[in-house]
Write a protein that binds this ligand. Structure first.
Ligand SMILES: Cc1cc2nc3c(=O)[nH]c(=O)nc-3n(C[C@H](O)[C@H](O)[C@H](O)COP(=O)(O)O)c2cc1C
Length: 180
């Protein structure tokens, strides 16, 4: 039964957490983002919510690009590290966490099972965050995490609130219409 709650429950739901990457003028960085979402199929658009004070913010604005990296639960420490340290504190997260740059795609992390390179097509101010709307110009995925039908078969890192992570699990349910 649902009961009234204060806003502490607002951030407590499990969400897929991604590592948002950006690089500009010789600086590269990554941050965790629990607030990200697909926005359109045609054209392919993906959005990430980036706080105005994040070190990543001016890198995206300056370059007009960002990367979205989905990590498995086994790599939750990596994405949490990206969300725990700050570029403005002088931390090179690629060395400190560490993070591994994909050899052929500068915004992709080798730890990811799925990556989107996005070109910024719109920025929408939403309260204390800016929604960067990106056109997906490149997709990379690790075939180890997908079955023959192209369906994900791994366990993605979900943030469960207060720095705790759970996996998306392996249980698979399907609901064809004739079962209703
Ligand atoms: C699980 C998790 C989810 C987060 N989600 C977001 C988010 O969606 N948007 C955001 O701006 N910051 C988010 N953060 C906070 C940033 O990742 C964090 O402040 C990071 O250190 C920013 O790094 P930067 O200043 O080097 O860019 C999240 C942090 C964690 C741990």
């Amino acid at each position: 039964m649902l009961t009234e709650s204060d806003l502490s429950a607002f951030l407590a739901s499990p969400v897929p957490v991604v590592a948002v990457t950006a690089r500009h003028a010789g600086v590269r960085n990554a941050m965790a983002a629990g607030w990200s979402m697909p926005l359109s199929m045609t054209p392919p658009l993906y959005g990430v919510q980036v706080g105005k004070e994040r070190g990543t913010h001016p890198l995206i604005t300056g370059s007009g690009e960002f990367g979205v990296n989905f990590l498995p639960l086994a790599r939750a420490r990596t994405v949490h590290g990206a969300g725990s340290f700050h570029l403005y504190d002088g931390v090179d997260k690629y060395a400190r966490v560490p993070l591994t740059e994909h050899p052929d795609a500068p915004l992709a992390l080798a730890e990811a099972f799925l990556h989107y390179t996005c070109r910024v097509v719109n920025v929408v101010e939403t309260g204390d965050h800016d929604l960067f709307v990106g056109e997906v110009v490149r997709v990379l995925r690790d075939p180890e995490f997908y079955d023959a039908q192209g369906v994900f078969r791994g366990s993605a890192a979900l943030h469960n609130g207060r720095g705790l992570y759970v996996g998306s699990g392996q249980e698979r349910l399907a609901f064809p219409k004739d079962r209703y």
